[in-house]
Design a protein around this ligand. Structure first.
Ligand code: FES
Ligand code: FES
Length: 156
């Protein structure tokens, strides 16, 4: 039995009808049509679906949409305007930190969360923050380079 709920995503309100077992990731992608958050493992292991809920990184694939009523959800679409990318996105592009790109939205969301808390993290702090995100393509070298470049870009 579906229930009508409101989700606040990237500052916009979405009125959607969901069943009790609809995950937040399914609701975002298939009901709100925000497909930036990726459906990777679907069991909470890869981080491709990571969004911020009340400013905390959460795997949307293992979160129920109904548990997100009255919460503020930020997806990769809400990180920056299309014509003014976030420094993390600029650095990702400059460093070639996306190959297939499937992991990128989750990494970008967590990076933004980290830099909002700590604009000058150490390598160990970066690795710790990104430890829930898996990339099968890059070997992480370019991702670390992008994170370091983003620190510099944010100072400019
Ligand atoms: S799709 Fe959610 S953690 Fe992998
Ligand atoms: S760029 Fe392909 S999984 Fe990360």
């Amino acid at each position: 039995m579906k229930k009508l709920i409101s989700l606040q995503v990237n500052g916009d309100i979405y009125e959607i009808a969901v069943s009790p077992n609809r995950t937040l990731l399914e609701a975002l992608r298939y009901d709100c049509h925000l497909t930036g958050s990726k459906q990777g493992c679907d069991i909470g292991d890869c981080g491709a679906c990571t969004v911020l809920i009340d400013n905390v990184p959460i795997q949307a694939c293992i979160t129920l949409a109904m548990d997100c009523i009255d919460k503020k959800i930020l997806t990769v679409e809400g990180i920056a305007a299309m014509d003014k990318p976030h420094p993390v996105q600029v650095a990702w592009n400059n460093q070639g930190a996306s190959q297939c790109g499937y992991c990128t939205p989750g990494f970008v969301v967590v990076a933004k969360w980290l830099f909002d808390k700590n604009p000058n993290p150490t390598d160990d702090e970066i690795k710790s923050a990104l430890s829930g995100n898996i990339c099968r393509c890059t070997g992480y070298t370019e991702i670390m380079a992008a994170m370091r470049e983003a620190i510099g870009l944010m100072r400019e």
